[in-house]
Design a protein around this ligand. Structure first.
Ligand SMILES: Nc1ncnc2c1ncn2[C@@H]1O[C@H](COP(=O)(O)OP(=O)(O)OP(=O)(O)O)[C@@H](O)[C@H]1O
Length: 321
C-alpha cells in the first residue's frame, strides 16, 4: 500500500475521565472518501477535529502523508487541509470571491492565478461568477452559501479535505442537488476526503469506506457493501435496519443481478445503463415507463421491471449467503 494519506493509531480523547474517542486506528489511501458515521454524540466531530489539530488528543498519533502532525505548526497544517463545516462560516464583510480567495492569499498565490481559480470553481459549483462573485454571503441562499464554502475549501487545491456535516443544514432537495455536484466534481474525486454525517443514505452515496462509530469506538470499518451484507455485530446490523431495502437497492449493481437475468430480445431503442449502475438507478428508469425495457451496456441482455426485481431478489440471496 502506498503511504496512507491519513494514518491514525490508537487515538484517544477524554473529557472528565470519559473517553469520547477510544483507541481508534485506521489508514486511508490517497484519493479515498472515508465517511465517519454514527449516532449523535458518538465522537465523529471530535475525531475529525483532531485531524487538523482543532482538538489535541490525549493519546495516539496521526500521520498525514507520512508526517506526524504534532511536528507541524497547527496553522500551517490547516492551510494544507480543506475544511468545510455545517455553519459554513463565510466572512460576512467579504464578497463571495474574497471568501474563496482567503487561503490562496495567505499562501501568497499570484492574484491572476487566484482570480482564475475562483472563476473556475464558482462556475463548476453552479454559481456563475458574473452574477455571484461580487455578492455578499447574506445575499445568498443556504445552499449557495454551502457551495461557496466548498469552493473556499478547494481554492488552494489541498489534497485532503475534511467535511463536518457539510450538507446538514440544507433542505432535502438542495441537499440532494449539492451531493450530486459533489459526486460529479472531478477534482473532489481525486482528493482524500473525510466526511462526517449521521445520514445513512448520504454515507452510502458518497463513501468508498465507512467507519461506523458508537460511543467513541469504531464498530466496523469497510465498504458500504461490507457493512450492509457482513455486519460485524448487532449494533451495525441494527443501525441499518430501518433503511435496509433502500441501501440494498443502492449497493447492488446491475453486474450483481446480471447472472440472474433472462436473455431478452434486444430492443434497439431501449435506454442503456452500464453494469456499474445501481439497481436503484435501473428501477427509477424502468418504473417511469411500465412495460418497457432497458439494455445493459456491453452485454447481450435487456431487462424489464419484473425481471429486474426477480434478479435483485436472487442477487440479494447470493450476497448474504
Ligand atoms: N469540550 C467538551 N467538553 C466535554 N465534553 C465534550 C466536549 N466536546 C464534546 N464533548 C462530548 O463528547 C462526545 C462526542 O462529541 P462529538 O461532537 O464528537 O460527537 P458527534 O458524533 O460529532 O455528535 P453530533 O452528530 O451530535 O455532532 C459527546 O458526548 C459530547 O458531549
Amino acid at each position: 500500500m502506498p503511504t496512507p494519506a491519513i494514518h491514525v493509531r490508537n487515538l484517544t480523547k477524554r473529557y472528565q475521565d470519559r473517553a469520547v474517542v477510544q483507541d481508534i486506528s485506521f489508514a486511508l489511501a490517497p484519493g479515498e472518501t472515508l465517511v465517519l458515521l454514527g449516532p449523535s454524540g458518538c465522537g465523529k466531530t471530535t475525531l475529525l477535529k483532531m485531524l487538523n489539530r482543532l482538538i489535541e488528543p490525549d493519546g495516539g498519533t496521526i500521520e498525514i502523508n507520512g508526517h506526524d502532525i504534532r511536528q507541524q505548526n497547527p496553522a500551517e497544517l490547516r492551510r494544507g487541509l480543506g475544511y468545510v463545516i455545517q455553519q459554513v462560516g463565510l466572512l460576512p464583510h467579504y464578497t463571495v470571491a474574497e471568501n474563496v480567495a482567503v487561503v490562496p492569499k495567505l499562501l501568497k498565490h499570484k492574484p491572476e492565478q487566484i482570480t482564475q481559480r475562483t472563476t473556475e470553481l464558482l462556475t463548476r459549483l453552479h454559481l456563475p461568477p458574473a452574477q455571484y462573485a461580487g455578492q455578499y454571503p447574506r445575499q445568498l441562499s443556504g445552499g449557495q452559501q454551502q457551495r461557496v464554502g466548498i469552493a473556499r475549501a478547494l481554492a488552494a487545491d489541498p489534497p485532503i479535505v475534511l467535511m463536518d456535516e457539510p450538507f446538514g443544514a440544507l433542505d432535502p432537495i438542495t441537499r440532494a442537488a449539492i451531493r450530486q455536484d459533489f459526486r460529479e466534481l472531478d477534482e473532489l474525486r481525486r482528493k482524500t476526503i473525510v466526511l462526517v454525517t449521521h445520514d445513512v443514505q448520504e454515507a452510502f452515496e458518497l463513501a468508498d469506506c465507512i467507519a461506523l462509530l458508537n460511543q467513541g469506538q469504531i464498530q466496523q470499518m469497510g465498504t458500504p457493501r461490507e457493512l450492509l451484507f457482513r455486519p460485524a455485530n448487532n449494533f451495525v446490523r441494527q443501525f441499518f435496519a430501518a433503511e435496509r431495502l433502500a441501501l440494498q437497492l443502492r449497493v447492488l449493481q446491475l453486474a450483481d443481478v446480471l447472472p440472474f437475468l433472462p436473455m431478452l430480445p434486444e430492443t434497439l431503442d431501449a435506454p442503456t445503463l452500464p453494469t456499474t449502475a445501481s439497481v436503484q438507478e435501473a428501477l427509477e428508469l424502468l418504473s417511469g415507463a411500465p412495460g418497457s425495457q432497458l439494455r445493459i451496456a456491453e452485454t447481450n441482455k435487456a431487462v424489464d421491471l419484473a425481471g429486474l426485481m426477480a434478479g435483485f431478489e436472487r442477487a440479494l440471496s447470493a450476497a448474504t449467503a
